[in-house]
Design a binder for this molecule. Sequence first.
Ligand SMILES: Nc1ncnc2c1ncn2[C@@H]1O[C@H](COP(=O)(O)OP(=O)(O)OP(=O)(O)O)[C@@H](O)[C@H]1O
Ligand SMILES: [Mg+2]
Length: 695
Amino acid sequence: MDDELLHSLNEAQRQAVLHFEGPALVVAGAGSGKTRTVVHRVAYLIAQRGVFPSEILAVTFTNKAAEEMRERLRRMVRGAGELWVSTFHAAALRLLRVYGERVGLKPGFVVYDEDDQTALLKEVLKELGLAARPGPIKALLDRAKNRGEAPETLLQDLPEYYGGLSRGRLLEVVRRYGEALRAQGALDFGDILLYALRLLEGDGEVLRRVRRRARFIHVDEYQDTSPVQYRLTKLLAGEEANLMAVGDPDQGIYSFRAADIKNILEFTRDFPGAKVYRLEENYRSTEAILRFANAVIARNALRLEKTLRAVRPGGEPVRLYRARDARDEARFVAEEIQRLGPPFDRVAVLYRTNAQSRLLEQALASRGIGARVVGGVGFFERAEVKDLLAYARLALNPLDGVSLKRVLNTPPRGIGPATVEKLTRIAQERGLPLYEALRVGAEALPRPEPLRHFLALMEELGDLAFGPAEGFFRHLLEATDYPAYLKEAYPEDLEDRLENVEELLRAAREAEGLVEFLDKVALTARAEEPAEAGGRVALMTLHNAKGLEFPVVFLVGVEEGLLPHRSSASTLEGLEEERRLFYVGLTRAQERLYLSHAEEREVYGRSESARPSRFLEEVEEGLYQEYDPYRERPPRPAPPTHKPKPGAYRGGEKVVHPRFGPGTVVAASGDEVTVHFEGVGLKRLSLRYADLRPA
Ligand SMILES: Nc1ncnc2c1ncn2[C@@H]1O[C@H](COP(=O)(O)OP(=O)(O)OP(=O)(O)O)[C@@H](O)[C@H]1O
Ligand SMILES: [Mg+2]
């Protein structure tokens, strides 16, 4: 056994696997076997060190990664079923289901997904008579929660007006939103981790118990842990700190969720005595792909140098296709995939923004190539699925106002907007949850019948809510005559929708109870698709591609405005994160890598000319080949290139930046300037890329 677990590893990996107690950091480039090392280490602890599976926790970045890891371990060791392999969110939610009451949660508490969160924010805004959009406020809340700070604290750093609201107003919205969540017995996504942290920080007994369950901790993709996740990790690790963190600072791509690659850089300070293991061989990609990727990431200034050698020599050259527009690009991708032939699940198409998937989906579909969007509008976000889930959540937790509003008149039962308006008023005037207002309405309103029916239905469902999930949904479908409603409401794609309902029943059958089922849904709704994949091309954003690998990768839209994205290109930090994102995409490829950019692309509904990404221009020409299978077309003029501006600054000059406003140059060196912007602070900018002008 010993041999089996160790012989398929290189020396550095073996050292890491043999690491026993105390903190360890495995820091290495993409495809160097970090995740594999974690898997083997877990197996080794069990097989050779006498550690019980029930003492091991492994944290992965996605549910899918957790599933894969569990599956691999099941094949390697006995007792793997008792391992705790999950994402931070799933782990935290599990703790809250057991101990939640100790931090004030009700047993049937629900988790609001992003749509629910937005719906609730809209309500709060309406209630306060404000016309602002929920988007920016949601972003603010998420950021605060990821940092583990009260939103109030973040407000202090904001300009006087944010998202169209004054600071005072914003504070009101944030408070009211928090109250509404509590009143409805709901957590939003960010709350899950915050409550878990509060639980473990505040309750020594629970902490001791959980630590026993997590004596050996592993965290994959450590570079993308948020401050709250970091604090959870540190707390769980405790004095003993049998913690193995695994990551690659060059793949940190979640700073918008307040993840901070400092976690990795400061690991040895945070966990004194930590051993550091470096893996330097890349097993995933051919040399041609790896040389390209290494050349890209080498351009980042804010990074530690690492070595990464290809184990697989040579390989197909990296190919670049210059498309006329996005349609041409999509056609190229689809036809090239057709040329390569099946199986199509060897292929992934990666892009920067969700909106880019539509043309690609169409181009593939019209050629009969199956595709699936990983992420995007997932199964659990379909209207019919959300309706049924809302009933389930409401049955468990009548306080859940968001779900109540969703199903109150779906299928239609004569409770129109005017009635809802009246009920809302009753609720507000008497300080009641909406559900209670329904009871009042069923006595007091002129046409009480529909309300009484609805209440009776919910009573019935409430009785079933703590039983098996499938039975619950079957009863629900029948009692509401839901399929008939679908037929009425969506005659054009009835089949699809009925299929989704069937799929929901299938998924429910696999779950134990309804609560467990809903938790699972809440956690997967965000990014991932239900298992089934078949021979289909995977389409996904670069963010969703993390940790995955595919024999063939198409990375599309490698152009200015998209990659780097226009929202991030104006600061050095933003630009470097975009470069890391590009690096993540490139390093997903095992054998073939295609890049493409379009010379014209629609931006906000208008067609604009687009330039190839500066990231391409930074790479020596020998590292890739231009590729055009449609050569008969007339040649096009060469694309324009950047001209670096002369180093015009020395320090002291007054300048203006389109986003940061007026500022003063503090220091300048080569292409880089550091500028102090009034009310914003210090920013390091690249002269080549930042649109900096003399004031
Ligand atoms: N010693 C080895 N021998 C053979 N194959 C290996 C070895 N180590 C890793 N691999 C293979 O290399 C590929 C990449 O490994 P893995 O996914 O663990 O890398 P990673 O460092 O986690 O990558 P990423 O940074 O993208 O998460 C996998 O297919 C893995 O099975
Ligand atoms: Mg990995």
